[in-house]
Design a protein. Structure first.
Length: 123
């Protein structure tokens, strides 16, 4: 069993997130897709609302969510039933995860839907 972990803030959820999550679900290399949501103060969108949106638009039996407010080392899904691959297009996250020794697969980002630009619009 191979689990894809998609680290994200989902703040706010945007079409780029939905496209990437859907692609991971449709990828037969992954038996499970875990959206790993980083919690922090001053979110534009509540985490529960973000999860509800993704579930309503994509909801799939392969899809799970987890949240954390610390390092990835403390929040990695249980790997006893297979491999875990972090999947992201964020270069900083890739460097950070590789520094911890995690397996990371880079995916192409959708630049027109970058979350930082969207967060600025909502402030």
């Amino acid at each position: 069993m191979t689990t894809a972990v998609f680290p994200s803030k989902l703040d706010p959820v945007h079409v780029g997130h939905l496209i990437q999550i859907n692609r991971l679900i449709e990828n037969d290399d992954f038996d499970k897709v875990v959206v790993d949501i980083f919690e922090y103060e001053d979110r534009v969108m509540e985490t529960k609302e973000a999860i509800d949106i993704v579930n309503e638009l994509i909801g799939d039996e392969k899809l799970e969510f987890q949240t954390h407010n610390s390092t990835y080392v403390e929040t990695t899904p249980d790997t006893t039933d297979g491999d875990v691959v972090f999947v992201t297009g964020n270069e900083d996250v890739i460097d950070n995860l590789r520094g911890y020794g995690f397996s990371v697969k880079k995916i192409e980002r959708f630049k027109s839907y970058r979350a930082n630009a969207l967060r600025e619009e909502f402030k």
